[in-house]
Design a protein around this ligand. Structure first.
Ligand code: C2E
Ligand code: CA
Ligand code: CA
Length: 453
């Protein structure tokens, strides 16, 4: 034993034990305490069939606080959260800090959904009061996920997994949401796993396809490019929407493989088009958080022999926001390689005008929600007019999405919107039908095509 250590009396077995079960920052129990507590409660309740409840609380928007005000401020907030949770919990409850800004609460006397939701509301209210950081106050909200023993799981691992699923669903619905793991959620999870397996197989079997939808110049209706849209028909599940399977691939961690296949197919098909037409490809939010995205994309383009200057990548604001620094780096790298960037679904979600300035975009796509309301609703018309003016000033191109009627097209033209896309101009169709579309709608192409035949 070294001299320094000999001056401190050795910790007793009990003290060591307590330390191993304590979160140093907040003084709450840690993950091991949580596990022990749940295990012993489950063992107790196995003979006495009374349920109990596990809650996970995760702060919304905690990371930006850490980034903006420093980890000291972040730690201070975590301690205040711990304090508030301990103070408001019913008798018999145990609060632990589970991981980072995630807290777990074991509620031995909550037996069913309504009780869980009531306490969830209380926790949410308690955590959303302002936090005093000395020189400033900050506000945060919390998302909650609950699992009830034994329905949502009979042991620690299952209960935690169900609570995490519930929490994840809350997060996905926005801020300050409460979800209790239910039979319906269990059903949906089962179906998601079915889809996941089928999709993984479809990718291997090369059964996921890409369709293309024309994007036109509104002034003269001329095609300027196409958006690639993923299509998948499973023999058992039928046609599954990309709005279902793309988020699923993201969630289950294989969006890279899926997206790679799709981009390769799309780029290959594009090689047969007139050179001046661009390909617009949707990038998923997970890809904007992955630093290897640029290299992967450029490698695929290189492999296919596709000029990066013909590629546009559509990204959404949520994607940009979740991991702003990485996203911003990926965007600049891609732009440096000649790829253009479109901001998709603009006007929905968390639109911020500041984002148009902070990120280097080339194009903005106005969401269909405004376009389909434009002929009925003055407000939508004004919003589109404002977006067009704004984009003109910032030298951004504008595409209106989801144009279905001639009246909408006329209105958009009158408002000065440059480009459009929608069923009125063409539905998404496969590569072969796209070539036929080009032969019919793209004059130069028809000439070239005939010349080369
Ligand atoms: P999105 O990027 O906003 O794509 C536009 C969606 O609107 C497409 O739905 C398209 O078929 C549909 N649409 C186009 N014109 C009209 C119209 O006039 N009326 C109506 N009602 N709908 C129209 P789709 O193909 O079902 O795709 C849904 C979403 O799935 C896409 O929304 C996109 O977020 C995602 N997605 C599709 N393909 C891919 C892909 O290859 N990669 C990624 N990451 N996401 C994809
Ligand atoms: Ca899109
Ligand atoms: Ca869109």
């Amino acid at each position: 034993m070294g001299p320094a250590e000999s001056t401190v009396p050795p910790a007793s077995q009990n003290e060591l034990q307590a330390m191993a079960y304590t979160d140093q920052l907040t003084g709450l129990g840690n993950r091991y305490r949580l596990r022990d507590k749940i295990r012993s409660l489950a063992a107790e309740r196995a003979s006495d069939p009374a349920p109990f409840t596990v809650a996970l609380a995760n702060l919304d928007g905690f990371k930006p606080i850490n980034d903006l005000f420093g980890t000291m401020a972040g730690d201070e907030i975590l301690c205040q959260v711990a304090h508030r949770l301990k103070a408001c919990m019913p008798d018999g409850a145990t609060v632990t800090r589970h991981d980072g800004d995630e807290f777990a609460i074991i509620l031995p006397l909550i037996f069913e959904r309504v009780g869980a939701e009531r306490i969830g509301q209380m926790i949410k209210d308690v955590l959303s009061a302002p936090y005093d950081l000395g020189d400033r106050n900050v506000r945060l909200s919390a998302s909650l996920g609950f699992s009830i023993y034994p329905f949502a799981g009979a042991d620690f691992d299952e209960l935690m997994k169900s609570a995490e699923t519930a929490l994840y669903r809350s997060k996905r619905r926005g801020r300050g949401q409460i979800t209790v793991y239910s039979r319906e959620i269990a059903q949906e999870m089962k179906r998601a796993t079915q889809i996941e397996q089928a999709l993984r197989n479809a990718i291997i079997a090369d059964a996921v396809d890409v369709h293309f939808q024309p994007i036109v110049q509104l002034q003269d209706g001329r095609v300027v490019g196409f958006e690639a849209l993923a299509r998948w028909v499973d023999p058992d599940l039928g046609s599954v929407s990309p709005a279902v399977f793309v988020p699923l691939a993201e969630e289950r961690g294989f969006i890279d493989t899926l997206s790679e296949t799709l981009l390769r197919k799309a780029a290959e098909a594009t090689l047969a088009w007139p050179r001046e037409l661009f390909l617009s490809f949707n990038l998923s939010s997970a890809q904007l958080m992955d630093p290897s995205t640029t290299a992967n994309i450029l490698a695929i383009l290189n492999g296919v022999g596709f000029d990066p200057r013909r590629l546009e990548l559509e990204i959404t604001e949520t994607a940009v926001m979740t991991s702003a620094e990485t996203a911003s780096r990926i965007i600049s790298e891609l732009r440096a390689a000649g790829v253009r960037i479109s901001l998709d679904d603009f006007g929905t979600g968390q639109s911020s005008l500041g984002r148009l300035r902070d990120f280097a975009f080339d194009k903005v796509k106005i969401d269909r929600a405004f376009v389909s309301a434009i002929t009925k609703d003055r407000a939508s018309e004004h919003i589109i007019k404002a977006i067009v003016t704004l984009c003109d000033g910032l030298e951004l191109e504008v595409v209106a999405e989801g144009i279905e009627t001639a009246a909408e097209a006329e209105k958009l033209k009158a408002l000065g919107c440059g480009m459009g896309q929608g069923y009125f101009y063409g539905k998404p169709v496969d590569a072969a039908a796209t070539l036929r579309y080009l032969a019919n709608h793209y004059h130069e192409f028809a000439v070239v095509d005939r010349a080369s035949a």
